[in-house]
Design a protein around this ligand. Structure first.
Ligand code: COI
Length: 356
């Protein structure tokens, strides 16, 4: 392996750790962070691990005005033998570079980014929780730092990795969530940035999510931006439906995020010989399947959300309940298998785990 250089400046003021059995999502951060800068002509430079701290930027930095930024999300798990495991982190690094390309951000060296991430986690290893249902959420992100108000790609960037011990993403935990199908707004369109992990997609989703939350829903289910007809994703997760014995998930089309959990669930289902198809599925078809008694289960998949059963869907003034608002057997089987592989309690026939 190449020799990689990272300066390490350890914190002299370590924080008090939270109660690991009471973690929510994304509120607590560890003692250190990784940071590296990019300057046109020099490339990426000054890789360092420093105490977790605020970032100082010029008010005219391009990120603030034009949103040139990308991010990733992955998790580290503490095994019962006190080993720290990552789940398919190479896939996150590949996707980060795909997002970089779309946002005209210089690519990073994926091996180096993974090395940096492992080194940061090793420094903050005491922050990896081992309580069931918890993990250390890893958030790598890159943003444009050049002070300039013209619209063009920045000549300067920072790449930062922060770590956060987390519990369940939804307050429901692994119990079913209620989802409203969005009829007015769209999250992404073909040719847009829907399949890149970039802030603008999430900003575009806020209004609908805010309105849905007021009605008692956890999230919204997005339909395609052209015909407002085909199911896309939830925004914090991809979606799967079990219809008449077959598992269906919307096919990737450029506006749906290419979830790593989504890909892993498809591979697990194939491994178990459970029929799974990636295809277009319209919201009418889904509601019709429910009316015919064929919609057996619905669930979302994501790094933050893991496997999140969907218990209620509302669309066009109609509410349907899936599997009596209970977690279905398939969602449970996938949740147990996936988290078993991730946390080291089950075999990993796919070679998905990476030891820190
Ligand atoms: C993740 O699942 O890691 C995500 O990035 C979704 C996030 C918006 C919470």
């Amino acid at each position: 392996m190449k020799e990689y250089q990272i300066d390490v400046q350890l914190s002299s003021n370590l924080k008090e750790k939270p109660a690991f059995d009471q973690l929510s999502f994304g509120t607590v951060f560890t003692d250190h962070m990784f940071i590296m800068d990019y300057t046109e002509g020099m490339g990426w430079h000054d890789a360092r691990i420093v105490p977790y701290q605020p970032i100082s930027l010029d008010p005219s930095a391009i990120i603030f005005h034009y949103g040139q930024t990308v991010f990733e999300g992955l998790k580290a798990y503490n095994t019962k033998d006190n080993e720290i495991l990552l789940f398919r982190p190479d896939e996150n690094m590949k996707r980060l570079n795909r997002s970089n390309k779309r946002l005209v951000i210089p690519e990073i060296d994926e091996d180096f980014a993974l090395y940096a991430l492992k080194k940061l986690i090793a420094v903050d290893k005491d922050w990896v929780p081992s309580v069931e249902g918890t993990s250390l959420y890893v958030r790598p992100f890159i943003f444009a730092t050049e002070p300039y108000l013209g619209v063009r790609p920045s000549a300067q960037y920072s790449f930062v990795i922060i770590l956060s011990p987390v519990g369940a993403y939804y307050k429901e935990g692994i119990n079913p969530v209620k989802i409203a199908v969005e009829g007015d707004f769209v999250r992404a369109v073909k040719g847009g940035t829907g399949n890149a992990k970039t802030a603008g997609n999430y900003a575009a989703s806020l209004k609908a999510q805010h309105d849905a939350e007021k009605q008692g829903y956890s999230q919204v289910l997005w339909l395609d931006g052209r015909e407002n007809k085909y199911i896309e994703e939830v925004g914090s997760m991809n979606v799967f439906f079990k219809i008449d014995g077959e598992v269906v998930t919307p096919e990737l089309n450029g506006s749906i995020l290419e979830g790593i959990t989504r890909k892993s669930v498809i591979e697990l289902l194939q491994y178990w010989n459970i029929p799974v198809v990636e295809r277009k599925i319209s919201i009418e078809e889904l509601f019709a399947a429910h009316h015919e008694g064929k919609l057996e289960e619905a669930f979302g998949t994501g790094t933050a959300a893991v496997i999140s059963p969907i218990g209620e869907l509302s669309w066009n003034g109609e509410k349907i309940t899936v599997n009596n608002l209970e977690t279905g057997p398939l969602a449970k089987k996938i949740y147990d298998s996936l988290t078993g592989i991730q946390t080291g309690v089950a075999e990993d026939p796919f070679g998905w785990r990476v030891v820190v």
